[in-house]
Design a protein around this ligand. Structure first.
Ligand code: C2E
Ligand code: MG
Ligand code: MG
Ligand code: MG
Length: 291
């Protein structure tokens, strides 16, 4: 029996192992395929930016837009960033794609200026990988010079997880960006872990309260309490607060009453392609955004 059990165990073990490697292979193969798809999409210029309006809560006007990457997929249609950005970062493609996005956003802000929207700010998202890349600052300076955009029209949104990187390196990059004259926004504020001491010592101008905090307002009382606390904390740190993911009038009145300066979300507008954006900007002067 012992021999038989041993034999069975070996057999089972081997089968499990085979099963395991096969599953791994399928996963790896799928990843490789997606990676190849993304690489050729980049070569074929299949990535575009859409722009989501940011509304100033005091004036109830659009004061800026956030550029968000979209992938024109031959079969899947328009794919949002949330579906591919992680892989783009893992594979390092973000370095090239990120530069393209920054350049396109700078070109777009100039186009908006020519269309009569001289004061609109353009926010561009950055990933940790981009910010920590040795050539990053030179790339930003180069794109700004090349496109002729005024740095004070540009906002850079960086993920809160950046604060988990080497503090000195992060500080150096942010100070240099601040010296260029761009506005620095900490995205996804309140998610993950980040040192509040570090946060206070960095030249950040704005924090964006993550949409996870807004999502369950007002029906979930503890979610509402947590959102209030996160917003109050940001104010204590003398940071301007922007709320994202605002979808309902109740959420809007909450972010207004808790002292957020700007707000963004599907209640006002989904991210729009450049032509639809211009139409939206013109129409806001004809009818109020918030009724
Ligand atoms: P994020 O910067 O926090 O952007 C907000 C996300 O929430 C966007 O998803 C946006 O489409 C979505 N959103 C906007 N309003 C609402 C709303 O009312 N409700 C809900 N549920 N969602 C809303 P998206 O476009 O899929 O982007 C996901 C993330 O990908 C972004 O999060 C950002 O971190 C990253 N990303 C997007 N574009 C770029 C880029 O050009 N470069 C880099 N490095 N990252 C980017
Ligand atoms: Mg963002
Ligand atoms: Mg965000
Ligand atoms: Mg977010």
């Amino acid at each position: 029996y012992a021999d038989l059990a041993m034999y069975k165990a070996k057999e089972l073990g081997r089968n499990n192992f085979q099963f395991f490697t096969q599953a791994m292979n399928i996963k790896a193969a799928r990843r490789l395929l997606q990676q190849e798809e993304l690489t050729s999409a980049l070569d074929e210029d299949r990535f575009v930016l859409h722009y989501q309006p940011k509304v100033d809560l005091a004036s109830e006007r659009v004061v800026g837009v956030e550029a968000l990457l979209r992938w024109h997929h031959p079969e899947k249609g328009l794919v949002p960033a949330s579906r591919f950005i992680a892989l783009v970062e893992e594979t390092g493609l973000i370095i090239k794609l990120g530069e393209m996005a920054l350049r396109q956003a700078c070109i777009q802000v100039q186009a908006l200026e020519r269309a009569g929207f001289e004061a609109l700010k353009m926010a561009v998202n950055l990933s940790v990988r981009q910010l920590m890349e040795p050539g990053f600052l030179d790339m930003v300076r180069q794109v700004i010079t090349e496109t002729g955009v005024s740095p004070d029209r540009l906002e850079l949104e960086m993920p809160a997880e950046l604060l988990n990187e080497d503090a000195r390196a992060v500080r150096e990059v942010l100070v240099a960006l601040h010296d260029i004259g761009v506005c620095l926004i900490l995205d996804d504020f309140g998610t993950g872990t980040c040192s509040l001491v570090a946060l206070q010592q960095l030249p950040l101008d704005v924090v964006k309260i993550d949409h996870q905090f807004i999502r369950d307002i007002p029906y979930n009382v503890s979610a509402t309490d947590v959102a209030s606390a996160v917003i109050a904390l940001a104010h204590k740190l003398h940071l301007t607060v922007v709320a994202e993911g605002v979808e309902t009038p109740q959420q809007l009145s909450f972010v207004k009453s808790s002292g957020c300066t700007q707000c963004q979300g599907n209640l006002f507008s989904y991210p729009l392609d450049e032509d639809t954006l211009i139409g939206f900007l013109i129409r806001q002067y004809e009818k109020p955004l918030i009724s």
